[in-house]
Design a protein around this ligand. Structure first.
Ligand SMILES: Cc1ncc(C[n+]2csc(CCOP(=O)(O)OP(=O)(O)O)c2C)c(N)n1
Length: 400
């Protein structure tokens, strides 16, 4: 079927989401977004956009939290960027699935900024930023991707099976969708135990198209579970544009049919994501049930692996299913320099202090890759270790 018959020719995923499609041209949206960063371009539209939460200021957010947001987005960005360089250089023998979340850090960090350490997250295949933001150990993450003994799974699992229950990280998942069930289950557990913990499920725009999504959310609504579903809508499911798999422009609307409070937020603005998530967390801790958040964002690299990526070049270009100009339009909205500009403009940080943070994060990331390089490799003949239990396991699920 020709594209036009499927989606009316609307195949580009552009910054600005529904608003851009609802009348604003792409050009005017980009101008507004630039103005909302605090530059001197403020217009009535800018103020209106800021007022509806699309681009947020940093008023009322504690300095310590703002610095954590900046440092954590950088840590995730540079960890993946250095890992990408290592994959491309080919010297460390890296292989296997590697889903880069570069470009999507603001949704991970904005959500996590509103959570407590004892809250839960259930992540997906594109989960590195979620792990870093929830306190995952980048030494163990590097070790896992390098298949070394210091990895989270002793080097047996690779990227997509990293779990750290001590940090409330219920795991990345290679299967699309079950994270909604894991989070609903964790929310149910918190409710039964009488704690006020919250559980967050992260999924892409593709994850809403299967039954696990519906089952998890429906039960969360029914039992008023302290759950938050975060759909990171980066516009593509592998190479399939979101507009071809769902007739909704805003996937948050999916919450309406289950009477779940729902909001679409600018996933390129860490402060906007933080503000929306704070509301959802307050609702969940009060016992008022789940919230569905759609964060519109973009991945600057390919779905998995490094097609279109080059050493020393930021972003992947020349991919057959999307335009380079689309990628560049989103990169112009990059949340990390945007937050830096806001921090400096509001005298939260001087330029020198920001540089010091950047130097420290880069050194920490490089150190984690070196630690992995120096750790022992997984022995191939140990492939079946940790597969079978060492002791007898009771046959009944009701065993005491
Ligand atoms: C149940 C299931 N079906 C299909 C796949 C193959 N698959 C891996 S990633 C992916 C696309 C996921 O798209 P989305 O949820 O939008 O996340 P994104 O990759 O864009 O972050 C698919 C179909 C899978 N892993 N699990």
């Amino acid at each position: 079927m020709p594209r036009d018959e499927i989606d009316g020719g609307r195949t580009e995923h552009l910054p600005g989401g529904a608003e851009a499609k609802g009348g604003l041209s792409r050009r005017s949206f980009l101008q507004i977004a630039a103005g909302a960063t605090g530059a001197a371009m403020a217009t009535k539209a800018t103020v209106a956009r800021a007022g509806n939460g699309w681009s947020m200021g940093l008023e009322g957010v504690p300095r310590e939290k703002l610095l954590w947001m900046y440092e954590t987005m950088l840590k995730s960005r540079w960890w993946e960027e250095e890992m990408k360089e290592a994959f491309l250089a080919g010297k460390d023998g890296l292989y296997g699935a590697f889903h880069i979340s570069i470009g999507e850090e603001a949704s991970a960090v904005g959500v996590m900024a509103a959570l407590r350490e004892d809250d839960y997250i259930a992540s997906n295949h594109r989960g590195h930023a979620h792990l870093v933001a929830k306190g995952g150990d980048i030494d163990k993450m590097s070790g896992e991707l390098f298949f070394r003994s210091n990895g989270y799974n002793l080097g047996f699992g690779g990227s997509m099976h990293i779990t750290d229950v001590s940090k409330g990280i219920l795991g990345m998942n290679g299967i699309i969708g079950p994270q909604y069930l894991f989070a609903a289950g964790a929310g149910y557990s918190a409710k039964v135990r009488g704690t006020d913990q919250v559980a967050v499920a992260f999924g892409g725009d593709g994850s809403v198209n299967n039954g696990w999504y519906y089952s998890g959310l429906r039960n969360a609504a029914l039992y008023k579970l302290p759950m938050i579903a975060v759909i990171e809508n980066n516009g593509y499911q592998i190479s399939m544009p979101q507009a071809r798999t769902n007739n909704l422009v805003n996937l948050s609307q999916l919450g309406a049919g289950m009477d779940i409070p729902h909001e679409t937020v600018n996933g390129m603005d860490v402060l906007a994501v933080y503000a929306v998530t704070q509301r959802a967390v307050a609702r969940a801790r009060r016992g008022d049930g789940p919230t569905l958040i759609e964060a519109k964002n973009y991945r600057y690299y390919d779905h998995s692996g490094l097609a279109g990526a080059k050493p020393g070049v930021f972003g992947a270009f020349g991919l057959p299913y999307r335009s380079d100009s689309e990628n560049r339009a989103w990169m112009a909205e990059d949340p990390i320099p945007k937050l830096r500009r806001q921090l400096v403009a509001n005298a939260i940080l001087t330029d020198e202090e920001a540089t010091q943070i950047e130097d420290a994060v880069r050194a920490r990331v490089l150190q984690s890759l070196d630690t992995a390089r120096n750790a022992a490799r997984v022995a191939h003949d140990a492939a079946l270790s940790h597969v079978f239990a060492d002791t007898k396991v009771p046959a009944s699920q009701f065993a005491v």
